[in-house]
Design a protein around this ligand. Structure first.
Ligand SMILES: [Zn+2]
Length: 406
């Protein structure tokens, strides 16, 4: 590396360590920020010589990144931004901290994908899904798909691993030279009702979809989920036992296996490593308190709330909603979520915007009780499982109550 990059790396690491020591999070944002101030090409310099996979999409990227890093671990040390700092500052910091690893798996915020592809020259880019998120600031979904499509067109050598079930993702990736399709399902259809190519309605049946006005249609997937396993491109079925719940995580596992295969890792080697992932930065973590088994589920936009309802057991459920900066200030997305699956369960609500949630639940005819603190929620629920579904900062608040469980 150039001398300037070496100095920047060292300063970046020190700043991150000082920030951690001061109890200000994991320090990856500040560390990366300082490093990039000293050497604006630092990310490019740190990426050079590594085989890199990028993982992007609206939902599931932190978990899929964790799975992919675990799978690539078969080959050797892997650098990764495991704390979800998914912008270039976080990537810079993760690579600086890891030292010289042959591999890196980086979770990338959808908006930054083009820039991070430019700077890291990845071998593989995984595209998970696109749906509405943070209404007050995120790009409209079709616009994001266009940004991805343009970014991939500028890098024809990149191998793309993409979700065949999401028309927006397919449209973004369909013209790339090297693409492998996986099928991870798509529960949320409201952001891909019309074709991004021609604007005609998209027709869906039995997991298949096609545009009614142009040739865009679901490509044949080489990696698919079947029962509790994954079928690889040769047609072999692999049992995938995970600690993480839900069909959505089986899809994330299939994606990780597909990405790892692009690096030469066989599913038979990778699958046992996926089972080792018990929680991801507190998500899916289970904590025992006062006879309650509390499980934490993060849900931050309509598509991920649908997935959370699918994952949650029929048990007392605490919902918490905030609308602080990282959450987005606009909570009107609550009206995009169908809360009726919660009918008949004991529902507790809390968070800064509990009243927004209360109105929404009333409209959906779901009975609930408002609690002011997490402790009150625990006391109000009977012994046994308590499911907690919370959006971003609400989740972090509850995680803090549980001693920052990982
Ligand atoms: Zn069309």
């Amino acid at each position: 590396m150039p001398l300037r990059a070496k100095v920047a790396t060292s300063v970046s690491r020190t700043a991150a360590a000082l920030s951690r020591a001061a109890g200000r999070g994991d320090g990856s944002v500040i560390g990366g920020w300082i490093g990039l101030k000293i050497d604006p090409d630092l990310l490019k310099n740190l990426a050079a010589g590594r085989a890199i996979a990028l993982v992007s999409g609206t939902n599931g990227k932190t978990t899929t990144t964790r799975f992919t890093a675990a799978a690539l671990g078969v080959l050797g040390p892997v650098a990764t931004n495991s704390f979800g700092a998914n912008m270039p500052t976080g990537h810079t910091s993760a690579l600086a901290k890891a030292g010289a690893t042959p591999f890196a798996v980086l979770e990338v915020d959808e908006h930054y994908l083009a820039r991070v592809i430019d700077e890291t020259t990845p071998r593989v880019v995984a595209l998970l899904n696109l749906s509405r998120d943070q209404l007050d600031r995120a790009k409209e979904v079709a616009m994001m798909a266009q940004m991805w499509r343009t970014a991939l067109a500028a890098h024809p050598d990149v191998h793309v691993v993409a979700n065949a079930d999401d028309p927006m993702v397919v449209w973004a990736a369909v013209n790339t030279a090297h693409v492998v399709w996986f099928s991870a399902g798509q529960r949320w259809h409201d952001d891909s009702f019309v074709c991004p190519e021609c604007g005609s309605p998209i027709e869906r049946a039995d997991g298949d979809w096609r545009c009614t006005g142009c040739p865009l249609r679901r490509p044949q997937a080489q990696w698919t989920v079947e029962d509790d396993g994954v079928i690889d491109p040769r047609g072999d079925w692999h049992l995938v036992k995970l600690q993480l719940p839900g069909h959505v995580n089986l899809g994330n596992a299939a994606t990780a296996l597909a990405v790892a295969a692009e690096f030469g890792v066989r599913p038979i080697e990778a699958v046992p490593r996926l089972a080792g992932v018990a929680s991801v930065a507190g998500r899916y973590a289970q904590v025992e308190r006062d006879g309650r088994n509390i499980r934490l589920l993060l849900a931050k936009n309509p598509a991920s709330w649908l997935e959370a309802f699918d994952m949650a057991e029929v048990a007392p459920t605490l919902l918490s909603i905030n609308a602080r900066d990282p959450d987005g200030f606009d909570t009107s997305w609550l009206y995009d979520v169908d809360f009726s699956p919660l009918r008949g369960r004991q529902v507790l609500i809390t968070g800064d915007r509990a009243y927004d949630l209360a109105v929404r639940l009333e409209v959906n005819d779901v009975a609930f009780r408002h609690v002011h603190t997490f402790d009150e929620a625990v006391r109000a629920s009977p012994p046994g499982r308590l499911e907690v579904i919370a959006n971003y900062t609400a989740f972090q608040d509850i995680r803090a109550e549980l001693d920052r469980v990982n």
